[in-house]
Design a protein around this ligand. Structure first.
Ligand code: ATP
Ligand code: MG
Length: 325
């Protein structure tokens, strides 16, 4: 039987958790939903699908018509490479943002996906953990740097490194929600207690509005007994924080980064693309948001239904027809 220590069981969000954080400036255009939401994709375990989730969830939200900013907070810079950007340590990156060399709007670059922008990563970040120690407000550097541009993006996603270091702490302090990808296997459960107690500590000391957005099962294979048993245990532990969307193991998801594209552009009909679209819908529903594309689809369906109705309506009988009766 697989168990997780109940001491670190996540609590249900309070009403206060659901409100707009202090730094979120109200969004002004009627199309963009509010509040603007910063989601850190985090798990200190390596290779669980953080980067794959950050890229493909961000792309799916952007393709729903929501301006989305993806931030590569990992010195490995896999998100940056996975979106087709060459690794270039001279290009302004998240490192420069954290060090205060440039404001966010000078570092953001557009991507090939409509509505998706990126703050690139860089291997300069390797030194940032040490350099940050000497800086003022070292835990708040990312939060402070994002404050002026938050209102421009309904969603900001942070791809975190596989560590609970000062870089990840900056992401947790800047975030409203944590999205935790994990594989449904025995060892994946290790470290979850540590992550949950980190969440508690951050909530108490730095960011009282941080909450668990959800736990996402990745590379999922529901044909194995182990996957089903782990899912059952996680459901008991996380309750409704375990997302209902699972991401299946899908080769297209693994191939897409080498083509510099999210799966939604590389192979939009693949199971992987479909799963990340479903995840975007689940995140939107959980945040009571309707995307511009969903509104457009609804209006198109209503227009189609009404034209079908008028097409099916029996025409007025002609006088000729009625008189010949
Ligand atoms: P790290 O901790 O090193 O940053 P990560 O948690 O970001 O890793 P990824 O880089 O997203 O993990 O994924 C690890 C590997 O698994 C990659 O080669 C990726 O292509 C592959 N992968 C991730 N998700 C899937 C999936 N659903 N199906 C198939 N392959 C996947
Ligand atoms: Mg990664």
């Amino acid at each position: 039987m697989i168990t997780i220590h109940p001491r670190n069981k996540p609590t249900q969000p309070s009403e206060a958790d659901k409100t707009t954080p202090e730094t979120a400036v109200p969004v002004t255009t009627p199309e963009t939903p509010r509040p603007s939401k910063v989601i850190a994709v985090v798990n200190q375990k390596g290779g669980v699908g953080k980067t794959t989730t950050a890229i493909n969830l961000a792309a799916a939200l952007a393709l729903e018509g929501l301006p989305t900013l993806l931030i590569d907070c990992d010195p490995q810079a896999n998100t940056t490479g996975g979106l087709g950007f060459a690794r270039d340590d001279a290009r302004p990156s998240i490192y420069d943002l954290l060090m205060g060399h440039h404001p966010a709007d000078k570092i953001i670059v557009p991507t090939d996906v409509d509505n998706l922008s990126l703050i690139p990563g860089s291997k300069n970040l390797i030194g940032a953990n040490l350099e940050l120690v000497a800086q003022d407000r070292r835990e708040y550097r990312l939060r402070d740097a994002l404050a002026p541009i938050r209102a421009n993006y309904p969603f900001i996603l942070l791809d975190c490194p596989p560590a609970l270091d000062l870089l990840t702490l900056n992401s947790l302090v800047a975030a409203d929600g944590l999205l935790v990808p994990m594989q449904a296997e025995y060892f994946a459960l290790e470290g979850i207690s540590e992550l949950m107690s980190t969440l508690d500590r951050v909530t108490q000391s730095f960011n009282s509005t941080l909450a668990l957005e959800g736990v996402l099962l990745t590379m999922y294979d529901d044909r194995t007994n182990l996957a089903l048993q782990v899912t059952e245990n996680l459901k008991a532990f996380f309750n409704d924080k375990l997302l209902t969307t699972n991401i299946p193991r899908n080769i297209r998801l693994a191939e897409a980064p080498s083509h510099g594209k999210p799966v939604s552009l590389y192979d939009p009909k693949s199971r992987g693309a479909e799963a990340y679209r479903e995840l975007a819908f689940e995140i939107l529903t959980r945040n009571n948001l309707e995307s511009p594309e969903a509104k457009r689809r609804k209006a198109a369906a209503a227009a189609a239904a009404s034209s079908l109705k008028s097409f099916n309506k029996p025409e007025k009988k002609s006088r000729f027809w009625s008189s010949s009766k």
